[in-house]
Design a protein around this ligand. Structure first.
Ligand SMILES: Nc1ncnc2c1ncn2[C@@H]1O[C@H](COP(=O)(O)OP(=O)(O)OP(=O)(O)O)[C@@H](O)[C@H]1O
Ligand SMILES: [Mg+2]
Length: 316
């Protein structure tokens, strides 16, 4: 549904986006993550025909972002960083204006605007001027605007930034619901818990280049290694580390617990439990320690920094 091929953007001599490739199937959510200034917003703007690429291609629902900007705009809902426009306009008129841009009938405009405003708890503010909106209210209104024409593809640049926790959850729930309706999403966010809960795939961009791209499980395998297990026993783990050293490599331990990594938990864990039981030790729990997207993200960025330092070192 979203195809990006070698997309590049130069601002004068500065390369903000550097030959990125992405493929986002219909009905899925891709989270584009990365440090400030990495090129996320620039990528989103190119993918929605707002900004002309320097080179490369992108298409949305089969329409080329350079050749067919009108069709792209009809098929995409976009939320980008806010620019303080339309401060004197009332919210209702603002949405009506965009409804006309999207060729919605008067009835559709009224119906879509009121149901979306209600969904995000903004019914009370339909008559307020945008200049009187709080930051989070503006963000919600921008989201309503992006969803107004019920587009099949939504590109949302930091959709929940500035939102209170309850509102952020409403937005996540809306995204999940729309995904079930086969809508396709690209979202950028600095909230890694949010990315982990929403995204089917995760791409990480740094200095304009994609440095990781895959499902959570794929990235976890690639960047943080084997699954981590935690064993709790009744009593002290003294000596147990040594007694298990031929089976697993213990990474960390406390007085009644230890953590180890295993290549194949199905093979290793039962054998390990038999041995521990044979030693007369009571097992309280043996459970996987869940890896978070934050662990993965920090590792990906760290490895890329290290690679960059080696590269720079070899050239100085
Ligand atoms: N119009 C512009 N002219 C010149 N440089 C720009 C322009 N827009 C963006 N840049 C530069 O391109 C780089 C990428 O910016 P971009 O806004 O895409 O980052 P981002 O990943 O969205 O960051 P953030 O997480 O802070 O939103 C930055 O170095 C920025 O300074
Ligand atoms: Mg940005």
């Amino acid at each position: 549904m979203i195809e990006v091929h070698e997309l590049t953007k130069d601002f004068d001599s500065f390369r903000a986006v550097d030959h990125i490739n992405l493929s986002i199937p219909a009905g899925s959510v891709l989270a584009l993550l990365g440090p400030n200034g990495a090129g996320k917003t620039t990528s989103v703007r190119m993918m929605t025909s707002i900004l002309a690429p320097t080179s490369g291609r992108a298409s949305i629902a089969g329409f080329d972002v350079v050749q067919q900007p009108e069709q792209v705009r009809a098929h995409v809902g976009v939320l980008t960083e806010q620019h303080g426009l339309y401060e004197r306009m009332k919210a209702l008129d603002y949405l009506d204006f965009f409804g006309r841009v999207y060729h919605l009938s008067a009835e559709q405009r009224r119906q879509r605007a009121s149901s979306l405003m209600e969904r995000f708890g903004l019914t009370f503010a339909l008559d307020k001027r945008l200049g009187e909106y709080s930051k989070g209210m503006k963000q919600k209104l921008a989201l309503v605007r992006a969803m107004l024409h019920d587009p099949p593809v939504l590109l949302l640049d930091e959709p929940t930034s500035a939102m209170d926790p309850q509102s952020a959850r409403q937005v996540r729930e809306a995204i999940v619901e729309l995904q079930h309706d086969e809508r396709t999403f690209l979202i950028t966010t600095h909230n890694l818990t949010e990315a982990q809960s929403l995204a089917d795939r995760i791409a990480i961009i740094r200095h304009g280049r994609i440095i990781a791209n895959g499902s959570f499980a794929e990235l976890a395998r690639q960047f943080v290694g084997l699954p981590l297990m935690e064993l709790h026993i009744n009593g002290h783990v003294n000596g147990l580390t040594r007694d298990l050293s031929d089976m697993v490599e213990v990474q960390d331990s406390g007085h009644d617990w230890l953590r180890f990594r295993v290549a194949d938990p199905r093979a290793t864990n039962p054998a390990l439990l038999r041995r521990v039981a044979g030693m007369g030790i009571e097992v309280v729990t043996l459970a996987p320690v869940s890896q978070t997207l934050e662990d993965i993200y920090l590792q990906v960025v760290k490895e890329d920094e290290a690679q960059e330092a080696r590269h720079n070192g070899s050239h100085s």
